[in-house]
Each structure stands twice: as structure tokens, then as C-alpha cells.
Design a protein around this ligand. Structure first.
Ligand code: ARG
Length: 459
């Protein structure tokens, strides 16, 4: 069968050129969007008086048959099928004859491909909303279960101040909540119909684009045909979104890899989400989280690749744009694979209360001692300095802070008395921080309640 655009060409395309040019190898997954788009377009052509009711019906029913072939894995891709659009039209022609040739009237693959891609992305976004919500729910549930546990909080990866384990875990919930909101926001920009833009200059046919949009489930139509055919903002935005999710998962992973290291041992991962070593029998490796961290490199790479591909393009469609698909699809596939695994691994991890308790040391309460002095009217800058001297004293003696008795403390500053010893209590420390966003039980519970209310809500 001759090419869609074969009229002005003499002889065959060089086979290596064809291999370079063809996208069917990776855009076949758009088959459903392509067929739905064409069926809705056939209706518009009928409304515009281009197709009779009978021709429209032949085309729509023929496309139903093509749909059925794809759905049951019976669709045969032929050598000359350049991309999904040509493959579907070629098959339609085989099934219903020359009337199929009327379907492409006023349409270009330029407005067709971006319509397909948008339909496909809207579908994919719905799936990610669910996967993201499930991960958020696993985090909230685990935070709820383990609210009693206190562990070291770190800055610079050095022991800093005690925090509730739940507070640490919930910090990732809020990152994912921003990702959820970003996904809602980008969906609004995907939700725009480009079909009717033609190759670049719009359609000469009397097509009701708003009705067409409605049939396909879009809420808006593009307002400029030249922009419409080359607009890949939503691909780039989606790739940024995925990269950002990846960065969040990667940071969560880094913590979990550290915390599950037996030298710290704060958490134990379920066997189902870890792997062994072929050489060292004792090993239990946190591969799920290493892969989250590793795949994030690929997500960032795909974003960079697409932005770079876009940056120098002249107006409207250029074949460079065909390069948007593989990074997009690869990102979708990998993130879809990753999210449920991280969800399962979070839902099944077990924290080790004794290991967390053992890692808490009094130096993490030095700030609380400074706060105690502040309550006695000493300016914070000064109390910070005084407690610095207390820390140095304990270090010189090789003892813990709580081993310094009030008499010793008084040698450093006369404001100290026995009441200061109340500070050496990790529970007291986290409970002191009860303002919204802090580590106290009530503050953590407050965020858990707020978080549960936000899951799945467009905010
Ligand atoms: N396979 C092409 C793509 O992915 C479809 C659009 C082709 N348009 C064209 N003018 N050759 O971008």
C-alpha cells in the first residue's frame, strides 16, 4: 500500500531512513486514543456536511473493528505503517474501502498526534492520582500506628533533636501532597483540545470544535492553531512533575536505606520488598528504595531531554517533536511500576522502638536546656553560649549531660538548679513543641487528621 503522503514522491524511502522516521515501535500504545479521536472527528465531519450519515456510520463501525483487533492483540502492524495514525487508517481502508479516505479531511497528523497524546495523558493522570493517594494513605496509617515512637532527628545527617517517628514519616506525606496538587494543576493544561488546528493554519471546514471537545471529554479548545500543533508544555510539565515525585521518593529512600542499615536499625523492611546477595548469606538489601533513588536520575534526564529538544524549534510542527514520546512513556511506565512498590514497602516496614531509644542521647536535648535558661529570663544568645560550656564540660569528663549534677552546672552559671534536670527527658522534649507543625503528640495528630481529609481532594 502506498504512503499517506506518497503522491509527489518517486521511488521508495531508503530503508534506513524509514527505520529512523517510523514511530510505530513506540507510539502504538496510543491506539485507543487515536481511534476514539477519529470516531469523534467523523461525527464532526458529518455535522460539517463532509460525511453523509451512512459514510460516518461505516467509518465509526470500521473503527470499532480496528479497536477490537487492537484490544484482542490481533492487530497486525505492517512494514509500511509509519506511526499509529497511518496504521489505523491503513487498516480502516482495508476493512471499509475508499470511504476511509474521507476521514482525514481537514485533519493533519500534527493536530491528531497531540490530541491522542492529551487523551492518553488524561487517562494516565487519573491512574497516578490513585497511586499517589494510596502511598499517602500508607504513610498516614503508619504514622498513626507508631505515634509513640521517638527517634533522633538529623540536620547535616548529625544527631540534632528528638522527633516522633510519625513526624518524620509525615514530612513525606506533605511533599506528596504538593505533588498531588501539581498534578491537578497540570491536568487543567492537558485538558485542551488541539484537534481542528490542521497542519498549522486551522481548518477550512465548518467544524464545531467545542462540540468535538465535549465528545472527547475535553473542557477547553486551543485558541491558536500554530501554538496548538507544537505545544508540548504539558509533556514537559508532566516530566517535571514525575521528576519532582522522584526526588521526593528518592529522599525518602535515602532515609529508609540509612534507617534500615543494621548499624542504625531504626526500621526493618519486610522480606517481600528486599533482596538477598548471591554471595553474602546474611545480606538483606533495600533494593526497592535504591531503585526509587536510581530511577529518579532517569526521570530528571527525560525532563532535561525534552526541554532541550523543544528549546530551539521554529514555529509549529517539526519532526523533532516525535522525540517527546519515548521519554514520556518511559517515565510513565517506570513511575507506575515504582509507586505501588514503595507503598507496599512503607505499609509493611516495622520500626524498632529499642534501637530508636538507644540512639537518643542527651546532647540532642542541649537546645532544651538552653530553652530552660530562656524561661528563667536569660536571653537565648547567652543561654546558647552557656549550654555550649555545659556540653564541653560533659565532653571533657566523658559523661552524658544528665550526669552533671546541679552543683557542677551552677559552676558554669548560677541560674541552674535541680529543676534543670527535668530537661533530660525525650518525651518532654517532643511534647514541648506543640504548636501546629511541631513534634508533640497533639501536633502530629493534628497533621494526621488534616492529611486524611486532604487525600484525594483537589486542593
Ligand atoms: N509520528 C509523528 C509524531 O509523533 C506524528 C506526526 C507526524 N506529522 C508529520 N507532519 N509528519 O510526531
Amino acid at each position: 500500500m502506498s504512503k499517506l503522503w506518497g503522491g509527489r514522491f518517486e521511488g521508495d524511502t531508503d530503508p534506513f531512513m524509514a527505520r529512523l522516521n517510523n514511530s510505530i515501535g513506540f507510539d502504538a500504545r496510543l491506539w485507543q486514543a487515536d481511534i476514539l479521536g477519529s470516531q469523534a472527528y467523523a461525527e464532526s465531519l458529518h455535522e460539517a456536511g463532509i460525511l453523509s450519515a451512512d459514510e460516518r456510520d461505516q467509518i465509526v463501525r470500521g473503527l470499532d473493528r480496528v479497536h477490537a483487533e487492537w484490544a484482542s492483540d490481533r492487530f497486525e502492524i505492517k512494514e509500511a505503517d509509519e506511526d499509529i495514525h497511518t496504521a489505523v487508517e491503513r487498516r480502516l481502508t482495508e476493512l471499509i474501502g475508499p470511504v476511509a479516505g474521507k476521514l482525514h479531511t481537514g485533519r493533519s497528523r500534527n493536530d491528531q498526534v497531540t490530541t491522542d497524546l492529551r487523551l492518553y495523558m488524561l487517562d494516565v493522570i487519573g491512574g497516578f492520582e490513585m497511586q499517589l493517594s494510596e502511598l499517602q494513605l500508607a504513610i498516614v496509617d503508619a504514622a498513626d500506628r507508631h505515634i509513640d515512637l521517638i527517634m533522633p532527628g538529623y540536620t547535616h545527617l548529625q544527631p540534632a533533636q528528638p522527633v516522633r517517628f510519625s513526624h518524620w514519616l509525615m514530612s513525606f506525606y506533605w511533599m506528596l501532597q504538593r505533588d498531588w496538587a501539581r498534578l491537578q494543576d497540570l491536568r487543567r493544561r492537558v485538558d485542551v483540545l488541539p484537534l481542528g488546528a490542521g497542519a498549522l493554519a486551522g481548518t477550512p471546514l465548518n467544524i464545531d470544535r467545542r462540540a468535538l471537545a465535549q465528545r472527547l471529554g475535553f473542557s477547553k479548545v486551543s485558541m491558536n492553531s500554530m501554538d496548538a500543533v507544537s505545544n508540548r508544555d504539558s509533556v514537559a510539565e508532566f516530566l517535571f512533575w514525575a521528576a519532582m515525585v522522584g526526588v521526593h521518593l528518592s529522599r525518602l529512600s535515602e532515609d529508609i536505606i540509612l534507617f534500615s542499615n543494621p548499624n542504625l536499625g531504626f526500621i526493618t523492611l519486610a522480606d517481600a520488598y528486599t533482596t538477598g546477595s548471591s554471595l553474602m548469606p546474611q545480606k538483606k538489601n533495600p533494593d526497592a528504595f535504591e531503585l526509587a533513588r536510581g530511577k529518579t536520575g532517569r526521570f530528571i534526564g527525560h525532563l532535561t531531554g525534552v526541554l532541550t529538544m523543544l528549546k530551539g524549534l521554529p514555529s509549529t510542527y517539526n519532526k523533532d517533536l516525535q522525540e517527546d514520546k519515548e521519554p514520556l512513556f518511559d517515565t510513565i511506565d517506570n513511575l507506575q511500576m515504582l509507586l505501588p512498590v514503595i507503598t507496599g514497602a512503607i505499609a509493611t516496614l516495622s520500626p524498632n522502638a529499642d534501637r530508636m531509644a538507644a540512639a537518643l542521647d542527651d546532647f540532642m536535648l542541649a537546645t532544651d536546656l538552653a530553652d530552660w535558661l530562656v524561661a528563667r529570663g536569660i536571653p537565648f544568645r547567652q543561654s546558647h553560649h552557656i549550654v555550649g560550656e555545659v556540653v564541653r564540660e560533659a565532653e571533657q569528663r566523658g559523661c552524658s549531660l544528665r550526669d552533671l549534677d546541679p552543683a557542677t552546672l551552677r559552676l558554669i552559671h548560677p541560674a541552674f538548679d535541680a529543676d534543670a534536670l527535668r530537661v533530660w527527658d525525650f518525651e518532654r522534649s517532643v511534647e514541648q513543641r506543640s504548636a501546629t507543625g511541631g513534634t508533640s503528640r497533639s501536633a502530629v495528630q493534628e497533621q494526621i487528621v488534616a492529611a486524611r481529609n486532604l487525600i484525594g481532594v483537589d486542593k
